[in-house]
Design a protein around this ligand. Sequence first.
Ligand code: GLC
Ligand code: CA
Length: 610
Amino acid sequence: MIDDLEILEHEEPSMSKPSSYTTPKWWKEAVIYQIYPSSFQDTNDDGWGDVKGITSRVDYLKQLGIDVVWTSPIYKSPQADMGYDIANYKVIDPIYGSNEDVDNLISELKKRDMKLMMDLVVNHTSNEHDWFLESRSSKTNPKRNWYIWKPPKSVSEAGVPEPPTNWAQILGEANSAWTYDTETGEYYLSVFTPEQPDLNWENPEVREAVWDVMKFWLDRGVAGFRMDVINMISKDPSYPDAPVILDPKSHQYQPGTQFFVNGPKLHDYLREMHDQVLSKYDTITVGEMPGVSDENEILRTVGANAQELNMIFIFDIVDIDKPNIRMALKPWDVKEMKSIITRWQRCMIDRDGWNSVFIENHDNPRSISRYADDSDAFRDKSAKLLALMQTTLGGTLFVYQGEEIGIRNAPTEWDVDVEYKDIETINYWKKCKKIYKDDPKQLEHGRKIIQMKARDHARTPMQWNAKDNAGFCRPGVKPWMRVMDDFKQGINAEAQMDGGDEKELSTWQFWQRGIHDRKEHADVFVYGDYQEISPEDPDILAYGRTSKSGERWLVVLNFSGKDVEWTLPESLRVEFWACSTYVKGRPEKPQKGTIPLKPWEGILAKCKIE
Ligand code: GLC
Ligand code: CA
């Protein structure tokens, strides 16, 4: 193991290299809040969140310290995958409102010096998009080649066609990634669900059409895009079969992601997007890039001179409990979490890239349920621990709706068949019931995976106050998805904004404090160097953050449910402890030697090097 001292002293060389890591940019310092629009705020009593609802909450977001609002897709969509299946890129779905509502949202944000970021879902469209309707209409239609059509691999004597490859669809992992079209006798590629046909990016007309959509929204005043599975737009042109890794008796199709994640032309397409569109505007861009962890590859996109995207979402932390398919579980520990954090913090500093900081989004369960302890006794401590971690790491910070009040996973008692709405969960549960109908143990395991991993946990309605329906929609209106029952027990924004008690900040106030401190000390927390401390400790995640001018802060996070003692590195002297997740104001802790930490306690100190 490397000695703490050595680690603490090695930062200067990396920071003295010519690097634009510390060059200030608005999109590096901005704090982004992701809204899941159907579940944020309903204003017209249909039980579905809407754009006017977002506008009605901009003061709330401002007060929290948010600069940029990113909303998951609100475009016209049949909602097979909650708007990630777009039928018209230039029209807002009436269930959310109108284009004018978005103009109004942009202008209300602007008044408060805030910005709007939209979701750009262009790996695929809805199967109800006009482009696709034309494409499927005949083999000779001019838009045929806008999607990926292939003849069957074979057709049996009985006339049953076989898909061109053995790839499984991603959302549900049971069916083929190819959908057969009886009219024209060919398959189209639809890696997520049959309702989401993949666009053919090889076709320059498709790329032009995407640039046109981007300009349409940028010209309307949108500040940038979160780009949905943008690393899947280039497919392996040889379309090979995937290796068999799932039991072929129960799984006819196999994960084929390696053949469409970071494919051969990805960087050509992203650079073209940059030249054609992004270079002409002052944008914020973040690419959703699951399934890639290779530093060289990632730096091709987010390196300072890459001319592709500002940053991406790297999934190593949210995939920490995932083997190679999403609906699965794998044990993990704090050491693994630390090494992931350290790896990416150092990579971006040392190699001049930029990254995002996030642990929740609409595709993942709630962070306190996953990484800490969501019991009544510790949920609030856990939420603050994770807030302290995220507000003190380098990169652009993303907060997910409800994370700021510590919303947790839906309770185990919820009936999957009744309360769960996500197409992935529904498909997965269907598959479990089919495959494991005679194996109650396995079926129980499937239910456990849903409890731990289902996307539905992130999609329950926002908890605003203690009124019926938690203020998400009016009392008496039926919300599209069940509201959690715990909004009356303090898990709501109103209670937490006024609240906490004399001795402690509420989770919301703790987030607000953290965001404020992060901005006040952006040279440390956004742009500073990072030093890992005690990487071998099984419970404690500790790191230093240091500004260019040598201002040093120390973060110590107890990722265990027990009291622990942690010894400060000899070389560090605490000037003062600035905050703890347990007390309001400055905690009293020893300034050197051994520091006691309560279960799930996190502390922050201003330090000096001796
Ligand atoms: C992304 C989205 C997810 C969606 C998928 C297909 O991963 O975040 O919600 O299901 O892409 O668009
Ligand atoms: Ca509504």
